[in-house]
Design a protein around this ligand. Structure first.
Ligand code: KG4
Ligand code: ZN
Length: 399
């Protein structure tokens, strides 16, 4: 089946078209088109994602991006196909909070032949609710106009599957599997006893890893999004062999559960910075100080993530480890996990790290999770949610 997938949970507008077939564990998965428009440059001046701006940008960009994506998939054929008065009425009601999107979409739909798409998959949560709603309403409108099913997708399930999308398949894995999800909003250890079975065995009690990276970046005077910036500095420190003379606490590293906490770590960085400034009697940190702090912070995060992951792998007799989420773009963290897990574990664990282009938010992973949902619903004979029952849920849980 050909799936159009839509992702608008944060500051990336992303669409893809994939051709997927086969049962779970043996899925052929060909990407026919993939588009992504990042709003990072716009949110930079606010030092973080500004929800109403994100919503407005998604509304403006979804329709042109859909045209681009369908063209890339060779599914865009211009033809006069006027909508009925009833259809227009229905779409108007649906998009009454997104008038700009309504105007663009009506003009588009009236001039395009119905593409060869079998279903639309859309992120319904978790994420920024105003941003999610734009994608959900856009997807509903397309499903109504083209009379095709709509598949709800949990954004985190996309991150779970992102490391398995390779060479036109969704790689088959052994269970139980463990996913470590590290993103801007989440830090979770997820146990999978089979496809589409998710149990969160540990998560952050306060800040997510990406959030901590972004906040530490701000303390170091680095621009948003801070994760890659802190990471760059830490990498330079390693290259220049600048060892940190500051040591940060490793929060919850020895606790017997699988939870995390990064808020105290962030505060520890803040106090250290204050201490250094006072000691030096200088309002600014030196470049060397920043490099040392970035390196120590990154080392701390990597150590804590590794320790908890190792313990969960042993406890649950894990056969497959999956890494996912924006922070997995961090080379030091993914390298630490990959090398230590393969070196130190006594038994064989298959390790999957997403390719850099699938670490952050994207629509390909949403199509993969959408297909997985569709197939497991089919297998359990569960009907798909009715289009009118689709809602965006900023706090949606996995499992
Ligand atoms: O998964 P993602 O794109 O969005 C969410 O679902 O949250 O993750 C974004 C997060 C941001 O906090 C960003 O700073 C962080 O991932 N990030 C990084 C790196 N690249 C992105 N953190 C550390 N090192 C990186 N190289
Ligand atoms: Zn994400």
């Amino acid at each position: 089946m050909k799936i159009l997938s839509i992702e608008t949970s944060c500051d990336e507008t992303a669409l893809s078209v994939v051709d997927a077939s086969g049962k779970l564990g043996d899925v052929s998965f060909k990407v026919l088109a993939n588009s992504l428009l990042s709003q990072v440059a716009l949110h930079k001046e606010y030092g973080g994602v500004y929800p109403s701006l994100a919503k407005r940008e998604h509304s403006k960009n979804l329709t042109p991006l859909l045209q681009k994506t369908l063209s890339e998939a060779r599914m865009f054929n211009r033809i006069n196909s006027p909508l009925t008065r009833d259809q227009i009425g229905e779409l108007k009601k649906l998009l009454n909070r997104e008038p700009e999107l309504f105007v663009l979409l009506i003009a588009f739909l009236g001039n395009v032949k119905k593409p060869n798409i079998d279903a639309v998959a859309v992120t319904v949560g978790p994420g920024l609710e105003p941003a999610l709603w734009v994608g959900v309403n856009f997807a509903k409108a397309l499903a109504i106009a083209w009379d095709i099913p709509l598949i709800p997708v949990n954004h985190m399930e996309g991150h779970v599957l992102s490391s398995l999308i390779k060479n036109d398949v969704i790689t088959s894995i052994k269970f139980p599997a463990l996913a470590l999800l590290i993103s801007g909003g989440h830090t979770q250890l997820v146990l999978m006893n089979g496809w589409s079975q998710y149990e969160i065995i540990g998560e952050t009690r306060d800040d997510a890893v990406g959030e901590a990276f972004d906040k530490v970046a701000r303390m170091l005077g680095l621009p948003y999004p801070g994760g890659p910036e802190v990471s760059k500095l830490a990498e330079i420190a390693r290259e220049e062999n600048i060892k940190s003379q500051y040591s940060l606490p490793r929060p919850m590293i020895n606790s017997s559960d699988f939870d995390f906490s990064f808020s105290g770590l962030k505060t520890a960085v803040l106090y250290k910075i204050k201490e250094i400034k006072k000691e030096r009697n200088d309002e600014k940190l030196s470049e060397i100080d920043k490099k040392q702090m970035a390196r120590e912070f990154e080392d701390t995060v990597a150590e804590v993530l590794l320790e908890k992951t190792k313990r969960a792998i042993k406890e649950f007799d894990i056969k497959t480890f999956l890494l996912g989420g924006g922070v997995s773009a961090n080379k030091h963290i993914s390298y630490t996990l990959e090398t230590h897990l393969s070196r130190n574990l006594l038994k064989d664990v298959d390790i999957f790290i997403p390719p850099i282009e699938l670490t952050g938010d994207n629509a390909i992973m949403i199509a993969a999770a959408g297909y997985s949902n569709f197939i497991s619903n089919l297998a359990s004979k569960k009907p798909l949610l009715k289009i009118e029952n689709f809602i965006a849920n900023g706090n949606l849980h996995l499992g």
